[in-house]
Design a protein around this ligand. Structure first.
Ligand SMILES: Cc1ncc(COP(=O)(O)O)c(C=O)c1O
Length: 381
């Protein structure tokens, strides 16, 4: 369905989530054909996808960067990097201020890596000065991992400053930019990140099915022989793609066709800058509307990004999240439960094919449902 003929009902749901998310008609249509995994046309699409991914980060192969596609969801890409990059004898420092940082620490432990963590509260950004101090104090740390947009809350970490600090100490930097890449600018020609990970179904607005890693060729080369699993061997995956342009194992063909279309549409929209501007307008419209309804954001605005916003539950015991969620879904709006550990929150994503009028329609529905539930927020609805 075209955005111009959009309807809001239980058969035409809009996803206000961090992915899978609402995709364009063009992206959905791109999947309506079958391609063979060794078909020349498909191999060319894979090459173009890899080239376009590098361009989004403002780098190319001549500058020593590579894009590696890994089948599976975003977590598979993160695990491929963590379990391939950190060698035996290395030590990984994970910067944690939410569930996705915790997940990296957990997967590192599972692989038997030497892992240490620095932790901040879920409402606080990573402090680069403290990372600097820690790297001074612990020369055994070889790799640092951070989250770009901590989707647990919607917080944006100061990635450029963290990257500078990690580079100053000569350590490798791994960035989980899952929910940020494509909408939060990241210029690898200026900022030193060894591995950036994201997935098909976030800000590039494709459908779920693979993750991708943008990395320095030098850093990739140092992964050779480190991997603890066969399928998540980042180096071998790259070597396979380089050898014949094909995947080692069955590729998600339709997902790649959709993603290729999504990359073209991202360009047509005006690239990362234009996408960020639309998401930011969505976010601003949402927060303004929800505050008018008496709902409060969890994060302070100086750490809040334009990807997803966490809202406190209204302080009225008549508010039941499950009822609220079901009523919104009936009207065609799918939101997301909260993930923060120290407050009752729900989340609303504003990425994907969502525009200002969709956000306004959502806010109207939220107001109507709160009134139906008899929930008092202190606002005059
Ligand atoms: C920052 C971050 N990292 C990792 C993931 C995991 O991705 P997936 O659920 O696709 O495995 C997500 C998912 O939302 C995320 O937001």
């Amino acid at each position: 369905m075209d955005n111009s003929e959009r309807r809001y009902d239980s058969n035409h749901k809009l996803l206000f989530t961090p992915g899978p998310l609402t995709t364009s008609a063009g992206v959905k249509r791109a999947m309506l054909r079958d391609v063979g995994s060794r078909d020349q046309q498909f191999i060319e699409i894979i090459a173009d996808v890899r080239r376009r991914l590098l361009a989004l980060a403002n780098v190319n192969q001549e500058q020593g960067y590579e894009a590696v596609i890994v089948q599976g969801s975003g977590t598979f890409g993160v695990e491929a990097v963590i379990s391939s990059a950190v060698p035996d004898g290395g030590r990984l420092l994970v910067l944690v201020n939410g569930a996705y940082g915790e997940r990296i620490a957990a997967m590192a432990k599972r692989h038997g890596l030497d892992v240490v963590a620095m932790t901040w509260s879920e409402s606080e950004a990573v402090v680069p000065g403290s990372v600097d101090q820690r790297l001074n104090d612990d020369p055994a740390i070889t790799h640092v991992a951070a989250i770009h947009c901590e989707t647990t809350t919607g917080l944006i970490n100061p990635v450029n400053d963290i990257a500078r600090c990690v580079a100053k100490h000569g350590r490798a930097f791994i960035l989980d930019s899952m929910s940020a890449f494509g909408a939060v600018a990241l210029d690898l020609s200026k900022v030193c990140v060894d591995f950036v990970i994201a997935s098909s179904n976030k800000c590039i607005e494709g459908v779920p099915g693979f993750s991708f890693v943008i990395c320095k060729r030098e850093a990739l080369a140092s992964c050779k022989g480190n991997a603890r699993t066969l399928s998540l061997d980042l180096y071998d995956q790259w070597a396979g793609l380089e050898r014949n342009g094909q995947f080692r194992f069955t590729p998600p063909t339709h997902v790649l066709l959709a993603f290729h279309r999504a990359l073209i549409e991202l360009d047509e929209e005006g690239g990362v800058k234009a996408r960020a501007a639309r998401y930011d307008e969505n976010h601003q419209t949402l927060v303004k509307g929800m505050r008018r309804l008496g709902l409060q954001t969890y994060l302070a605005s100086d750490v809040q990004g334009c990807i997803i916003t966490s809202f406190h539950y209204p302080k009225d015991e008549r508010f039941e999240f499950d009822v609220f969620y079901q009523q919104l879904a009936k009207r065609g709006f799918v939101i997301y439960p909260g993930k923060v550990s120290d407050a009752d929150c729900f989340r609303i994503g504003h990425i994907g094919q969502l525009h200002r009028r969709d956000i306004e329609a959502l806010v109207t529905a939220v107001g109507e449902i709160l009134t139906e539930m008899g929930v008092e927020t202190g606002a005059n609805r």
